[in-house]
Design a protein around this ligand. Structure first.
Ligand SMILES: *Cc1c(COP(=O)(O)O)cnc(C)c1O
Length: 356
């Protein structure tokens, strides 16, 4: 038998979560965020499973080309637009849509010789203060794009900073800014990420842009994915490769950090930070052994973790879930001081992916 660690990808859950988006935002088109290798789930497989989505959103032209070459025919949107004027040749060749978030990108379009006008998304900064045109300049930029022969249809988008916290007033202010600065301007609009879709129904507009909820993790603080009707897509599974009977006072792992308070069984699981399991996962981080929660003990190693098996019967070969079905990735992430997005993106290339 080979090393037992693998990432199972449940495509039926991915489709279920897409239906969940449709149910939450029935009047909007859906642009699925599949950047960063579909949050670590495998971009081509995810795009094919989500073929009913209305568009796909990525972060770079390389991601877009990979997607187009995998046979995707739905529109592909570059969320950060182009990074240089030269990329317009590829944008044209692959028929991509692009965000325009700064005046330089407008200038590149103005001086481009583009035979077939492009669909562009003018990105407006309503409060995230990362990318986007200031609201006061939105109209001027719109006019310039409107006069530009390279540009066909102009659409509008903005991005929320705090939609995951339903009580944060910034989301409503961002919606208001967006509406005000585009008052009277025709064109499709998009505001909501996953958190916006589930917590701010008034933000759905023409297009929603779900990411994390498609992969089955909760986008909202204080809400579980299961409670929101989402199913985990990735389950990082492994097995116990040893069960050790240790004595009181024995230490476990690097730094000899965990010291057995009594004679006890300790399980060794194939899976460590070399696979993407977070090295900063705290002692007590939950791990499922035979479907039962046990606490992580000792430091996370490159290839292994160790768990406290007191109170259960387990032996080498028994099944372990590091996150996914039965153990929300958000919970493991919180215990490691991070978010599920990062856990998903960090699964390393040596982990085999299996579609189930
Ligand atoms: C990644 C991204 C999304 C998706 O965000 P989630 O929080 O994963 O739903 C939406 N819009 C933009 C601009 C993004 O970059």
């Amino acid at each position: 038998m080979s090393r037992p660690l693998r990432a199972e990808i449940r495509l039926s859950s991915l489709r279920h979560n897409l239906q969940r988006v449709r149910a939450a935002a029935p009047h909007s088109q859906i642009m699925t965020a599949i950047k960063a290798n579909a949050y670590g789930h495998g971009m081509a497989r995810v795009a094919h499973a989500l073929h009913e989505a209305d568009a796909f959103a990525v972060a770079s032209i390389e991601e877009a080309i990979h997607l187009c070459e995998s046979g995707i025919s739905r529109p592909v949107v570059l969320l950060e637009g182009i990074f240089s004027a030269e990329e317009l040749v590829l944008v044209q060749a692959y028929g991509l849509q692009l965000a325009v978030h700064c005046v330089e990108q407008v200038e590149w379009l103005e001086s481009a010789n583009v035979p077939k006008p492009l669909v562009v998304w003018l990105k407006i900064d309503t409060g995230m203060h990362r990318l986007g045109i200031a609201p006061q300049q939105a109209r001027a930029m719109y006019e310039r794009l409107h006069d530009c022969t390279a540009v066909g249809e102009i659409r509008f988008m903005t991005h929320f900073a705090c939609a995951d916290d339903p009580d944060n007033p910034l989301t409503a202010r961002q919606q208001q800014q967006f509406a005000d600065c585009l008052d009277g301007v025709a064109g499709q609009r998009s505001l909501a990420n996953s958190a916006g879709i589930l917590a701010h129904a008034g933000s759905h507009a023409d297009w929603v842009r779900p990411g994390i909820m498609l992969y089955g993790a909760s986008p909202l603080q204080g809400e579980t994915a299961a409670g929101l009707g989402l199913q985990p897509v990735m389950t990082l599974k492994s097995r116990l490769i040893a069960v050790r009977q240790l004595s009181q006072g024995d230490s476990v792992g690097y730094g000899a950090q965990w010291v057995c308070p009594e004679a006890m069984p300790v399980g060794v699981v194939a899976g460590g930070y070399g696979d993407g399991y977070p090295r900063h996962a705290k002692e007590g981080t939950p791990v499922l052994v035979n479907g039962q929660r046990v606490p992580l003990i000792g430091r996370v190693s490159m290839d292994m973790i160790t768990v406290d098996l007191r109170g259960m019967h387990a032996s080498a070969g028994d099944e372990v879930v590091l996150w996914g079905q039965g153990l929300p990735a958000e919970e493991v992430a919180a215990s490691a001081g991070t978010i599920a997005y990062e856990l998903f993106c960090h699964v390393t290339a040596r982990v085999p992916f299996v579609e189930v």
